[in-house]
Each structure stands twice: as structure tokens, then as C-alpha cells.
Ligand binder design. Structure first.
Ligand code: SF4
Length: 207
């Protein structure tokens, strides 16, 4: 496993921000199982989890206004570092008011980083939130994503609740799903997304 301090990297017209390798899931399709980076990036395994100053210092070297979106993606789950995530989002919006912030998340922040304030409210500075739906029912979700908790079947309802909460706060929400489940399971997921009036994007599995 190669490690580096790749805290940001370009993907097309966007800048991706890599703020953690922590993740509470062990997804079957996780890109981290097959590579050390993504989209031709340098290694995304971090030598250490960056602090806020290191992240700001890295971003100050970039011409932020040039990017269409700033995407908090992480080679891990960004909401595992909720405080840093929110602080950095606030700093970016204050210094670059026109920037578009997108978060790619597993939608489990309320379970794995609980707070008195709901995760969707804490993340309300984000313009877009893309949530990994991964399944159309709790059992399939637990099988595919393997959340590290005593009752993994309880995770799915937390994802749906979080998605709905974001939508109700006028954040532009979308779901994604990797096509490693059966066509029937994909159809079920499609119905769940439709019932919440949240668009679903199906991604091809890259091995
Ligand atoms: S949530 Fe993302 S980073 Fe975590 S195991 Fe799943 S695919 Fe990998």
C-alpha cells in the first residue's frame, strides 16, 4: 500500500478533497481494495489524517475559482471527520462564496458520528450531496456494504432518513448505486429512490 499526503486532486473540471481514510463500511465494490488511488491520482492512502491547517494550506495552493465543483470524497468516508469537514466547508464558503460544494457520502453520519444536531443540518452549507444507496432493502444493503455495527440491517433506514432530511433542507440530493447487485435488487432500489423523489445514478463496477 503506497501512502502520500494527497489532500486534493483534479478530476475533470472538479477538485476532489481527500480528508480521511476512515470508513465504517467494508463495501464489496470499494475501489480501495484494488488500487491506491482513483482517477489517476497519486496515492490516496494518507500518511496521517490531515488537520484543518494542512487542508487549508493545500487548498490555498489551488486556484479555487477555476473549479466547477469542490468534491469532498475521501479515500474513506468524509463524515467520519465531521468537525473538520464542516469547518473546511465553512472556510471555503467564506473565502470563495461562489464555490459549489459537493459531498459524496455513505449517508451514515447520524449513526457513526452522532450529535445533538442532525447531520443534514450540520451539512447544510453543501450545495449537493451524493449518497451511496447501494440497495433497495436493508438486508441487501448490509450484505453489500457491511457496516461495522452490531445490527448492520439497521443502517439502511438511517441512509434513507438522512437523504430525506437533506432534501427537506433544500440540498440537492442524489443517490448512487454500483451495479454489483441483481437486476431485481436494482429495480427495488430504483423504486425506493423514486418514492423519495431523489434521482438515482447507477454506476458500473470497476474492478
Ligand atoms: S463507504 Fe466508500 S470508502 Fe467506505 S468501504 Fe464503502 S466504498 Fe469504500
Amino acid at each position: 500500500m503506497k501512502k502520500a499526503m494527497t489532500l486534493s486532486y483534479e478530476v475533470g473540471e472538479n477538485l476532489y478533497i481527500n480528508l480521511t481514510n476512515q470508513c465504517p463500511c467494508r463495501c464489496e465494490f470499494c475501489i480501495r481494495k484494488n488500487a491506491d488511488g482513483a482517477y489517476d491520482s497519486d496515492p490516496l492512502w494518507l500518511e496521517h489524517e490531515p488537520n484543518l491547517d494542512e487542508l487549508k494550506e493545500n487548498l490555498l495552493k489551488r486556484e479555487i475559482s477555476r473549479y466547477k465543483e469542490l468534491v469532498f470524497c475521501g479515500y474513506g468516508e468524509p463524515t467520519m471527520r465531521m468537525d473538520i469537514l464542516c469547518s473546511l466547508a465553512e472556510w471555503l464558503k467564506r473565502n470563495y462564496p461562489n464555490c459549489i460544494l459537493r459531498l459524496n457520502t455513505n449517508g451514515l453520519a447520524d449513526l457513526f458520528n452522532p450529535s445533538e444536531v442532525p447531520a443534514a443540518e450540520r451539512l447544510s452549507l453543501f450545495d449537493k450531496i451524493s449518497i451511496s444507496l447501494n440497495a433497495g432493502d436493508a438486508e441487501t444493503y448490509a450484505r453489500v456494504t457491511r457496516p461495522q455495527m452490531p445490527n448492520p440491517e439497521e443502517a439502511y433506514s438511517a441512509v434513507l432518513h438522512f437523504a430525506n432530511d437533506c432534501k427537506n433542507r433544500n440540498i440537492s440530493v442524489s443517490f448512487t448505486l454500483v451495479d454489483i447487485i441483481s437486476p431485481e435488487e436494482i429495480e427495488l432500489a430504483r423504486q425506493v429512490a423514486e418514492s423519495l423523489a431523489i434521482p438515482l445514478r447507477i454506476r458500473k463496477y470497476i474492478s
